[in-house]
Design a protein around this ligand. Structure first.
Ligand code: AMP
Ligand code: ZN
Length: 113
């Protein structure tokens, strides 16, 4: 998708603080961190949100969740972390390319919404 911010990041057209990359995903520090560690993990295939995950493309989600633990540990999150994906307007999704937030580095709120 040519007008997608995260597709441009994957293509190297927009610089990021990359923390991990493989065939299926790209992970980088959130530009507006909401916790001491705030990393975004995105699939290298344009999917607008969780709503677009299906049998054909769920390999991307599976691969992402296989590497999230090591991304978190490498970021120093040894005492836990939260993984969040906002989907749609009610969840305040601002970038319409599927992404998973990894949040941690302090005691997070028990409130999730
Ligand atoms: P969401 O609100 O769930 O769609 O999350 C989108 C996230 O992307 C927000 O936390 C933004 O701070 C983050 N973001 C937007 N542009 C960039 C960028 N160029 N580099 C890193 N993070 C970004
Ligand atoms: Zn995209």
């Amino acid at each position: 998708m040519t007008d997608c911010l995260f597709c441009k990041i994957i293509a190297g057209e927009i610089p990021t603080s990359k923390v991990y990359e493989d065939e299926f995903c790209y992970a980088f520090k959130d530009i507006n961190p909401q916790a001491p560690v705030h990393i975004l993990v995105i699939p290298k295939k344009h999917l607008a949100s969780v709503d677009e995950i299906d049998c054909e493309n769920s390999i991307y989600v599976s691969k992402i969740f296989q590497v999230i633990p090591s991304i978190a540990k490498n970021a120093g999150l040894l005492n836990g972390y939260r993984v969040v994906s906002n989907c749609g307007d009610d969840a305040c999704q601002s970038v319409k390319h599927l992404h998973f937030h990894i949040l941690g580095g302090r005691q997070l709120s028990g409130e999730m919404a």
